[in-house]
Design a protein around this ligand. Structure first.
Ligand SMILES: [Zn+2]
Ligand SMILES: [Zn+2]
Length: 292
């Protein structure tokens, strides 16, 4: 076997996103991909597109959750789903977190987008769409990889006090997170998270549609982690066997910072003995007892 052949076999064996599990070759995503190519090709090829997609999705999500936070002040139907219904999100909290979010976007994200626009070549767009299994497994694979990377980063930034003080303490300003706390981050944490989100789909050789799907999914689950709500349809209530941490587990991390280091899945904290099932409030307990 030549060296070239060996590397193809070697890397091929790790290429999880190319597994099809016997599903039909013609992708159900092809019509969607054809439509996007026919109508938005120049937009999709722009190196700025992923940045604009991420920023606009994040802002839309936090806007929706912030509207809920404001409505929850006078609407018990919403407030009962809050993890801490007794502690409303104040206008001061919203202004402070929005201030740092705006600062981070203007000082770091906007110049990074301009740099991409100036120096990165247009993104090549393949004619073929990914199969549905490639798309879903790609998003799952990137999420598992990201979860492990952030778990290690997070553990290190809690165990080494200099790292904690310098880079991560700012995120722990709030003990009871709400959606805008998602990006209440230092520049280094923002850069680390952005780096893995960009690099992981490249490592797993994802199609660009899968890459964008992962970026959107990652923003959704990160915001969901911090939203401060425990809805019956929240991912942690739908994924079986407690595999998904979600908002309740991450809320517990903000209260007991030496527990629940993994952002999404539960297995790393379970293996490391750092799981916390802190009952977040008497109201949440009461609601669970009533079976709501
Ligand atoms: Zn957090
Ligand atoms: Zn932390």
């Amino acid at each position: 076997m030549t060296e070239g052949n060996f590397s193809r076999v070697y890397y091929g064996s790790f290429n999880v996103v190319n597994l099809t599990f016997g599903l039909p070759e013609k992708s159900v995503l092809q019509p969607v991909w054809d439509y996007l190519l026919d109508n938005y090709q120049s937009t999709l090829r722009s190196p700025v597109f992923p940045v604009l997609l991420s920023v606009s999705t994040y802002l839309l999500l936090v806007m929706l959750f912030t509207i809920l936070d404001v409505l929850a002040l006078s609407w018990p139907t919403i407030n009962r789903y809050k993890i801490h219904p007794e502690n409303p999100v104040t206008w001061g909290d919203i202004v402070r977190t929005l201030g740092l979010t705006t600062y981070n976007h203007l000082i770091y994200i906007f110049p990074a987008a301009v740099g991409q626009w100036l120096w990165r070549p247009p993104i090549p767009l393949p004619k073929e769409a990914p199969s549905l299994s490639e798309f879903l497994l790609g998003i799952l694979g990137c999420t598992i990889l990201f979860d492990f990377q952030y778990y290690l980063w997070h553990l290190l930034h809690h165990k080494i006090s200099w790292l904690y003080r310098t880079f991560h303490a700012i995120h722990h300003h709030y003990k009871e997170p709400f959606s805008l706390v998602t990006q209440y981050l230092s520049a280094w944490e923002l850069f680390s998270v952005g780096f893995w989100t960009t690099v992981d789909p490249v490592l797993l050789q994802c199609h660009c549609l899968t890459t964008w799907g992962f970026m959107l999914f990652n923003i959704w689950i990160s915001t969901d982690d911090h939203c401060g709500y425990d809805f019956p349809w929240s991912l942690h209530n739908l994924v079986p066997f407690g595999l998904w941490g979600g908002s309740v587990k991450h809320d517990a991390h903000h209260q007991r910072p030496n527990t629940n280091f993994a952002p999404f899945f539960s297995h790393w904290d379970w293996l490391g003995g750092t799981t916390s099932n802190l009952a977040c409030s008497s109201a949440l307990e009461g609601r669970k007892k009533k079976g709501d």
